[in-house]
Design a binder for this molecule. Sequence first.
Ligand code: ZN
Length: 137
Amino acid sequence: MTAPAQVGPSPLSGGPTPSLDDPLKGLPLTARQLDILQRIAQGQSWQRIGRHLGLTESGVGSHNTQILRKLGAQTSAHAVFLACAAGILDPTRRHGDHAGFAAHKYYGEEPCEACWDGERAYRRDLRAARKAKSAAA
Ligand SMILES: [Zn+2]
């Protein structure tokens, strides 16, 4: 009889011990980092996020590194999971349009940048529609 193959560290051994205590770990995310994490959760690429926020792709990447360190996450998917588990991100909430903006207001929060972008576009469309209506009258 052979012993079962060992996959990864045994749960009894406690697994690998982090060699460095990250001084950033446990610090709160900034509003911008939260906005970036929300966009990552929505599947946006770093390139697209950077275009929205006026950052280079590597600028988004360095924010992402900070997000991972603060949350103690290994990957962006892990960061999204940890942020949802901690209640920092709500996967059922929508962002980036008028509905998302209204939800922030409802919860007494400052809207995130994605929702401000969506709200500005919504108001622009509304003004254009009113203008067209009054021109037709
Ligand atoms: Zn939002």
